[in-house]
Write a protein that binds this ligand. Structure first.
Ligand SMILES: Cc1ncc(COP(=O)(O)O)c(C=O)c1O
Length: 391
């Protein structure tokens, strides 16, 4: 726990809740410890108009168990799960209509960007993208029809950190809702609702599941009106996760706190090593004192996960050589799993961003994003060292 010094405390009882909430054996006739995996696509009605579950898209016991755990670990009233992280954002966007305006942080996962640019705009929603590190940029972007502010923090792949409390205040003063994509930190390290946000959205595919074997998303909220809309859209748009995947994520939440602690200590060890490496120009990791938002990170989070980026000394050729040389790190998209991954955002995860925006944001071909996994840190450091020296 030493690395959490100076950060917000981890909420008391977090791990106990993650292990026990929503999975009480007394709920089930068999008293099973592991909640049953209910695959049935439809359910018997007790009599006309009376049923426990109606149809698998509308509701499923394995999904209910997971949604119960997700809301419990964030001390929230509601959680709604979706077929993917993008499915969760699709549902949020569809709560709005033509003529509504969104203010959106300018640095985000390429798929989120594509959804705003190529899907939300087609619905007639107006979008202003801003660098939300400067609070005035958010304030100045607000219009009379602004209904939603959406940010990722820390951002993907630049690891910028935005002030959740300050942005929540702007949203509140302008009758807009505020959604934070909390994929990178999970409620173990960051609790946006407690800082004033209205919605926490997730790609559960990442740390929440943590085993690289599920694609899923969720929205967690205390806002009943938004919950009701999202619950309706989950069924009406058919963007539901399967029960087997739900049971896998329920399993994974039991070890979330242990995994996140290890991601944090491993990624800090790696970041400190890379900061001192002659082939590395700059390391982006909010847990480093050199990070411009390190103080804010400590004010609003309980730590940082395994996601980080670095600029290597070179260009595309050196980045390619690096990716060819890694042996333990695997060249692949995604993040948040037990295994360590490396990728070039400009060519892989963020290829859907226009070239000018990539340039403006400084997402260059010598920027490599790392997802530091749970392996032995000295093995990870040795692997990065040999790959950097082979560039
Ligand atoms: C921060 C963030 N949000 C959302 C998503 C989308 O999630 P999914 O891939 O589960 O649709 C991703 C995917 O990489 C992400 O990194």
């Amino acid at each position: 726990m030493a690395e959490n010094t100076g950060y917000l405390p981890i909420p008391k009882g977090f791990t106990t809740k993650a292990i026990h909430s929503s999975t009480d054996p007394d709920r089930w006739d068999s008293m099973c410890i592991v909640p049953p995996l209910v695959l049935s696509a439809t359910f018997k009605h007790v009599k006309l108009g009376e049923y426990k579950y109606e149809y698998g898209r509308a509701g499923n016991p394995s999904r209910d168990v997971l949604e119960g755990s997700l809301s419990a670990i964030e001390n929230a009233k509601y959680a709604v799960t979706f077929a993917s992280g993008l499915g969760a954002l699709t549902a949020i966007i569809n709560c709005y209509t033509q003529g509504d305006h969104f203010v959106v942080g300018d640095d985000m996962y390429g798929g989120n960007y594509r959804l705003f640019e190529k899907v939300a705009k087609n619905l007639g929603v107006e979008i202003t993208m801003v660098d939300a590190t400067l609070i005035d940029n958010v304030k100045n972007a607000i219009k009379p029809n602004t209904k939603l502010i959406f940010i990722e923090t820390p951002t993907n792949p630049l690891l910028k950190v935005f002030d959740i409390k300050a942005i929540a205040e702007i949203a509140k003063n302008n009758n807009a809702l505020f959604c934070v994509d909390n994929t990178f930190l999970t409620p173990y390290f960051q609790r946006p609702l407690e800082l004033g946000a209205d919605l926490s959205s997730y790609s559960l595919t990442k740390y929440m599941n943590g085993h690289t074997d599920v694609i899923m998303g969720a929205v967690v909220t205390n806002n009943k009106e938004m919950h009701d809309k999202l619950r309706f859209l989950q069924n009406a748009m058919g963007i539901v996760p399967g029960p087997f995947d739900c049971s896998l994520v329920t399993r994974s939440l039991k070890t979330l706190s242990l995994r996140m602690q290890r991601h944090m200590s491993n990624s800090l060890a790696v970041a400190k090593f890379l900061e001192s490496h002659p082939k590395v120009l700059k390391v982006l990791h909010p847990g480093l004192e050199s990070h411009p938002n390190h103080a804010l990170t400590k004010q609003q989070t309980s730590g940082h996960s395994g996601i980080m980026s670095m600029y290597i000394d070179g260009g595309r050729k050196e980045s390619e050589n690096f990716l060819k040389a890694i042996k333990l790190f695997i060249m692949a998209e995604s993040l948040g799993g037990y295994e360590s991954l490396a990728e070039i955002p400009s060519i892989m995860t963020h290829a859907s961003l226009p070239a000018e925006l990539l340039k403006e944001l400084n997402i260059t071909d010598n920027m490599i994003r790392l997802s530091v996994g749970l392996e032995d840190p000295e093995d990870l450091i040795n692997d990065l060292d040999q790959a950097l020296n082979a560039m």
